[in-house]
Design a protein around this ligand. Structure first.
Ligand code: ADP
Ligand code: MG
Length: 283
């Protein structure tokens, strides 16, 4: 995944040093949260926490806590135990063939956020079922962008933005501007004038949907976002863009909103302060 930092700095030396620290921070988060690296903290935990409580790092604790809260709030539409189904659909993208019903049933048996036993105070986790695969792909990138911005600010560079895929996090406004000008890619034409272009400062913007990662089988488009209750890649063609105070919120809510669709996504957003959502449907 490509990551981009834009920063205003008094000198190139300062900019380079701060960006290197920010990239290092993101690298450290990846080593904790990646489901592609077999030796990440997350993947190690999936092997070791079956049937017994194991301690987790502060970073993983934050991601788990927020993920489980969102699972509760969305009735499982957002679910980091979706790993087995996500992998099936990754495979479907590679082979251009549908997973079988048996495969989907098997994946579902290793999924479900209630199978996570999380002890917040002790910061330990236990997994109820062998073969569970946690997947932070819907929440960790936004979190990482915000953490990178924090590092830049610690280096006294507060006019900055960090971008990873569909997740963007913004600091203070660039010189002579009242914010970072961003266009919502899929704002409804009827609302184009007032809402499609924003000036953002000190906030995060995340977009989720099926425009980039999907598989088309028999004329039907299946997203890389799955409905954890059925194990099937989304076919609702929903795109969601969420503006929120930080990246962990915008990223996770955008993914959740895609699964929920309107009007449930709007209802969810009302529970969160200082957020805005744009939902659209292709086709
Ligand atoms: P992107 O990775 O394209 O930026 P998202 O932030 O929407 O998009 O995250 C999609 C990723 O989230 C998937 O690739 C997968 O790792 C994970 N995921 C898929 N379905 C769900 C779900 N229902 N709940 C939580 N995470 C999911
Ligand atoms: Mg997301």
């Amino acid at each position: 995944m490509r990551m981009r930092i834009v920063v205003y700095a008094p000198s190139e030396t300062q900019a380079v040093r701060a960006c290197q620290s920010a990239f290092a921070k993101v690298e450290a988060i990846e080593q904790i949260a990646s489901d592609y690296r077999p030796d990440s903290e997350l993947m190690t935990l999936c092997r070791n926490a079956v049937g017994r409580q194991v301690p987790v790092s502060a970073t993983l604790g934050v991601l788990l806590e927020r993920s489980l809260r969102l699972s509760r709030e969305t009735d499982g539409a957002f679910d980091i135990t979706a790993g087995p189904a996500v992998k099936l659909w990754r495979e479907a993208r590679r082979t251009q063939t549908m997973p079988s019903n048996a495969q989907i049933r098997e994946a579902l048996s290793r999924m479900g956020w209630q199978k996570i036993r999380w002890r917040a105070r002790a910061r330990t986790i236990e997994l109820a079922v062998q073969g569970m695969e946690l997947d932070l792909g819907g929440i960790a990138k936004g979190y990482a962008c915000s953490e990178a911005l924090t590092v830049l600010k610690q280096n006294r560079l507060s006019i900055a933005m960090v971008e990873m895929g569909g997740d963007l996090v913004f600091g203070g406004a660039p010189p002579h501007a009242n914010g970072w000008n961003v266009r919502i890619p899929h704002a409804h034409p009827a609302k184009l004038t007032q809402q499609s272009s924003l000036n953002i400062t000190e906030a995060a913007l995340s977009t989720s949907g099926d425009t980039e990662q999907f598989v088309e089988i028999n004329g039907k488009r299946y997203s890389h976002i799955v409905d954890p209750r059925t194990g099937i890649g989304l076919t609702n063609r929903t795109m969601a863009t969420v503006l929120a105070p930080d990246g962990i919120t915008s990223d996770s809510l955008a993914t959740a909103a895609c699964v929920l669709g309107a009007p449930k996504a709007y209802a969810l957003m009302r529970q969160y302060g200082k957020t805005q959502i744009w939902l659209s449907q292709a086709g």
